[in-house]
Ligand binder design. Sequence first.
Ligand SMILES: Cc1ncc(COP(=O)(O)O)c(C=O)c1O
Length: 385
Amino acid sequence: MKLFDVYPLNDITIVKAKGSYVWDDKGEQYLDLYGGHAVISIGHSHPHYVQRITDQLNKVGFYSNSVKIPLQEELAAKLGKVSGKEDYQLFLCNSGAEANENALKLASFANGRKKIIAFKKSFHGRTSLAVAATDNPSIVAPVNQTSNVIFLPFNDEASLEACFKAQGKEISSVIIEGIQGVGGINVASESFLQKIRTLCTEYGAVYIADSVQCGYGRTGKFFSHDFAGVNADIYTMAKGMGNGFPVAGIIIAPHIQSKHSMLGTTFGGNHLACAAALAVLEIIEQDQLMKNAAGVGQYLIDELKKIPSLESVRGRGLMIGFDVPPELKDLRKNLLWKHKIFTGEAKPNVIRLLPSLALKQRDAEDFVDTIKEEIETMMLQEAKA
Ligand SMILES: Cc1ncc(COP(=O)(O)O)c(C=O)c1O
C-alpha cells in the first residue's frame, strides 16, 4: 500500500530529537525553530515527559470514558492553576479541529443559534464546522459549505459592530485566533478582542478563543487572548498541550452548563494523553517556560526588527513572523539546507518561528547571527547577478 499523497515533503528523515535540536538519519543536526508546527512546547524528549508517559503505559494506557479517570481531574486542576482559569470546565479531545468543532457545537447547544462569525485569513481546522469557519476555499469540500459562517475583516471593529447590529440575535458564536498562525502571524488587537467580548455579552453570543496555536504559554501568557484583559467563554487548545502526544481540549466558562451526551469521544482524555498533558504543564510551571518564551521571544523580535531587509517583524513571545522580500525568497530554504535550521512558512512570503518554549538564549543568538550572515550573502549574490 502506498501513502495518500497530501503533503509536500522535505527530503529529511528525523530519527532523534532532544531539546531544541533534531537529527536526521545521516547524523546531521538541525536547530528546530518550527517545533513540528508549534507542537513542541517543552522541548523534544524531555526526561520527565518520557518518564511520566512510560510509567503510565506500564500501568494502564487506555480505558474509555465510561469509567472514572482521576488523571483527568488532576489535569483539570493543574490546567486551571497554570492558565489562571480555575473556575472553567475541561472537556478533553484529540486534535485542534476537534476542539474547535466541539466549541462551535457547544455554543450552538448553549444559545440555540446557528450563525458563526469568523475572520479573513483564519484557520480553525479541516473537519466539518472548523473548516467551514476557515478562510481558505481550497480546503472546504462542497459538503462543508454552509451559509451559517460570516467572514469579517480581522481587527475591524466597525464591521463587527455592524454585523451584530444587523443580525446579533442570530449569532451563536465568534471564533478568533489570538494570533493568526497559518494566516501569517497576525496579532488580534487588544481593543478588537475587548469589542468581541462586549458584543458577545450584549447579544448572548459565545466568544470562542482559538488557542490551538497561539495558546499554551507560547506568547508568554497562557492564552494570547489574555493580553486583552478579558475572558472568552470557551478556549480551544491542542498543539503544545501534549508536546506531540495527540491530546486537545476546550475549557468552558462556568455559565455554560453540561448535559450528559452533548459531547463525547472515544480516545479523548485517555490515561496516556492525560499523563503527557500533565507532564507538559509540570515542566511549563517548574522551568518557568512562559517567562522564558516572553524573554527569548522579545530578544528575537527586537533583533530581527534591526535587520533592514526583513519587513514587519511581528508576534508575541515565541510566535513570531516576518515578511521576506522577493530578492530573499529562498531565505527559508537556505536556512534549512545550508544552515540546518527549521523554520515555518505562511504563504506567500512569511517566515514563522514557532520553537519550543524552552528555546535557549544562546540558540536564539546563533539564529540571529546566522540569518544576518545568510541575508548578507544573498544580497551580495543578488548584486552580482
Ligand atoms: C489556530 C488553529 N486552529 C486549529 C488548528 C487545527 O488543529 P489540528 O491540525 O490539530 O486539527 C490549527 C492547526 O494548525 C491551528 O493553527
